[in-house]
Design a protein around this ligand. Sequence first.
Ligand code: R5P
Length: 313
Amino acid sequence: MVVVSGSNSRELAQELAAQLNWDLHDLEARRFPDSEGYFRIPEEAIEGVRKEPVVLVSSTFPDSGIVETMLLLEAINDVRNGNLENIRQQTPQRLDPVGPGIILAVPYFGYSRQDKRFKPGEAISAQAIARLLASRCDGLVVLDLHAPEALHDLTIPVSFASAMPEMATHLTLNVKPDFILSPDKGAIERASAVAKEMGCEFSYLEKTRIDAHTIVHKAKDLNVDGKIVAIVDDMIATGGTICRSSEALREQGAIEVHAACTHGLFTGGAISRLMRYVDGVHATSSLPNPRSVISGGPALARGVKEILPRLSN
Ligand code: R5P
């Protein structure tokens, strides 16, 4: 059994392969001078890719990740179907098909936030990307997806993996919070799972997003006076959500505030902005980022193990 990866998730693919004790192959992914990509299954990986099952670890972020993921899946499908015909006549040209068994593990699912149509005429991006991916693989594992409902009509099995158990362990060892806060209703399930695992108090804020850079929280009494608090969210982008939440916590007497998330996007100077408001920033390795302190490998491995028996032959 084999794990393969393209250019955006090589470290995480290593972590996953180590967790599963499977072989690991890097696939060729490079850029032409005009920025278009070139993708190939190297000769030494062909036999491995034809074994069952094969897990491709690849994120759909940034946009180039979508193209890369689709083209790597295309190449994997060709190799598994035995279609190796090439104009240089390098052998073999054809092999027997090996059947289904392609699992795509997506550490960070780009476009997950447009999970519904808020105004007429909008593309439901999360659904559109999911359908594209599902057309080229036999099973999908997604790590801490923003809104899992967006993938519910797919015709292939989907496993929703979560790094919250590892986040709970990390916070217990390194932060020792008394209180876990979800910065909005969308993160309640994830953040409360962390609080439950740690036996911590828990609450959430009600957030209204005015635009990409402006959010407002409804005032709420939080029992955080003299406490260490960890804010747990699925992702941090500009950091605005965390900074506003931290302000609310400090106003109510929190003595230490930490931000923790699965996906550390950290766009446009987010880390320096965050460091003015919080005492620590903790993220997983779902995306390469400067605050990656929690491995996403164990969560992805649970997802792969969960989906294996659900793959149809
Ligand atoms: C939104 O609902 C998400 O769960 C995050 O709270 C949000 O994407 C974080 O974005 P930012 O860091 O830009 O506030």
